[in-house]
Design a protein around this ligand. Structure first.
Ligand SMILES: Cc1cc2nc3c(=O)[nH]c(=O)nc-3n(C[C@H](O)[C@H](O)[C@H](O)COP(=O)(O)O)c2cc1C
Length: 321
C-alpha cells in the first residue's frame, strides 16, 4: 500500500491509459486481476465541457472499484481546469494530465506531446487543474520532443512545484513514437530529483521486467501497457512477483478464453452487442497471440459479427481450435 496525494493505492502495478483499449470492461478485468490503479482512455477536455455523449461515455467510471484515474488531454489551462472539475464530479479518484500522446491529430491541436515544447503552458495547466479540483493531480509525459530536446527533468520539476502528486514517465521521446527502446535511465534520473512518486513506464513485457525496472530506477510504481493486451493476468503476476517473489504459472488456454468471454460479456453490457463484438475482434486476436493456429483463427475472429459466433469461436479455441 502506498499513497498518491491522499489516495491509497493498494500496490505498485498500474494499467496504462490506452485509447481504444483501456475501456470500462478492460479496466474491470485489470482490477480483478490485481492491478493497483487503472486509468481511463484519454478524454478530450472540450468533449466533457460540451457534454458530448461519446466523451461522457469514455469517462464513465461508475461502479468501478476505486481508485480510478481519469486522464484528460487538452491545451488550454482554463478549459483543462473546467474539464477536471467535471471529471471529479464523475468520481475520478485522481486526475491525470496527458503530456505525451504522440499522435499527429492530438499534437496538431497543441495537446499531448506538443506540450513538451511549451513548458510554461504545462506549468499553467498543472496549476489550473490543481486549483480546480481536490483530488490529486498527476502528469504523464514522454522524455521530450526529440533527442535534442529531452526536458523531462524540467517538466517533472515544474509538475511537482505546481502541486502534481505523481509523475509518470514513458521514457521515449515523441519522435520515437513506439520505436526503439524506452531509456529507463531517464526514469532513474527523474526519481532521484523528485520528492513525489515517479511511475516508470515503457517496455515492460513480463513481470520480471517490472522487478528489473524498479531495481534499476528506484521508481515507486510501474505502469504496464502493451504487455497487458489480451493478457490482464500480467497485473496479478507482477504484483505477486514484486510482493512475494512468487512466479505464477502462465494461464492455460482455457483460463485465457474464460477471461476473453468475460471481457466480451462485460463489453456487451456497456456498449451493446454490435460495438462490443467488433471491438472484441482485436482483443480476442491478442488473447490468442502465440497459440498454435492463431493466424488462421484470427481470420475467423475478424469476421465474427454477433456474440453467438464470437462465443462459439471462444469455445472452439478453448477446446483446442
Ligand atoms: C493502443 C495504445 C493507446 C494508448 N493510448 C494512450 C492514452 O490514451 N493516454 C496515454 O497517456 N498514453 C497512451 N498510450 C501510451 C501508453 O499509456 C504507454 O505509455 C505506452 O504504451 C508505453 O508503455 P508499454 O511499453 O508498457 O506499452 C497508448 C498506447 C497504446 C499502445
Amino acid at each position: 500500500m502506498f499513497k498518491i496525494g491522499d489516495v491509497n493505492i493498494p500496490n505498485r502495478v498500474f494499467a496504462a491509459p490506452m485509447a481504444g483499449v483501456a475501456d470500462k470492461a478492460f479496466r474491470i478485468l485489470a482490477k480483478e486481476c490485481g492491478c493497483g490503479l487503472v486509468y481511463t482512455e484519454m478524454i478530450n477536455d472540450m468533449g466533457l465541457i460540451y457534454k458530448q455523449a461519446r466523451t461522457e461515455k469514455l469517462a464513465d467510471i461508475k461502479g468501478e472499484m476505486p481508485p480510478v484515474a481519469i486522464q484528460l488531454f487538452g491545451s488550454d489551462p482554463e478549459r483543462m481546469g473546467e474539464a477536471a472539475q467535471i471529471a471529479e464530479t464523475m468520481g475520478a479518484d485522481l486526475i491525470d494530465l496527458n503530456m505525451g500522446c504522440p499522435t499527429p491529430k492530438i499534437v496538431r491541436n497543441g495537446a499531448g506531446a506538443a506540450l513538451l515544447n511549451d513548458i510554461s503552458r504545462c506549468r499553467q495547466i498543472v496549476r489550473a487543474v490543481n486549483r480546480a479540483v481536490k483530488v490529486p493531480v498527476t502528469v504523464k509525459m514522454r522524455s521530450g520532443w526529440d533527442q535534442e530536446h529531452l526536458n523531462y527533468m524540467e517538466l517533472g520539476g515544474v509538475a511537482e512545484q505546481e502541486g502534481a502528486k505523481a509523475v509518470t514517465l514513458h521514457a521515449r521521446d515523441r519522435m520515437q513514437f513506439y520505436s526503439g527502446h524506452a531509456d529507463w535511465s531517464q526514469i532513474a534520473r527523474l526519481k532521484k530529483n523528485l520528492s513525489i512518486p515517479v511511475i516508470g513506464n515503457g517496455d515492460i513485457t513480463c513481470p520480471g521486467d517490472a522487478v528489473k525496472m524498479i531495481n534499476e530506477t528506484g521508481c515507486d510504481a510501474v505502469m504496464i501497457g502493451r504487455a497487458s493486451l489480451g493478457n490482464p493476468f500480467i497485473f496479478g503476476q507482477t504484483v505477486e512477483l514484486l510482493e512475494t517473489g512468487t512466479v505464477i504459472d502462465a494461464p492455460t488456454v482455457s483460463e485465457r478464453m474464460d477471461m476473453a468471454k468475460r471481457q466480451l460479456t462485460l463489453s456487451i453490457s456497456f456498449k451493446g452487442e454490435y460495438t462490443a463484438v467488433r471491438e472484441m475482434r482485436k482483443h480476442l486476436g491478442w488473447y490468442v497471440k502465440g497459440m498454435p493456429g492463431a493466424a488462421h483463427i484470427r481470420l475467423e475472429i475478424n469476421q465474427a459479427s454477433d456474440s453467438k459466433t464470437m462465443l462459439g469461436l471462444i469455445e472452439k479455441i478453448k477446446n483446442g481450435l
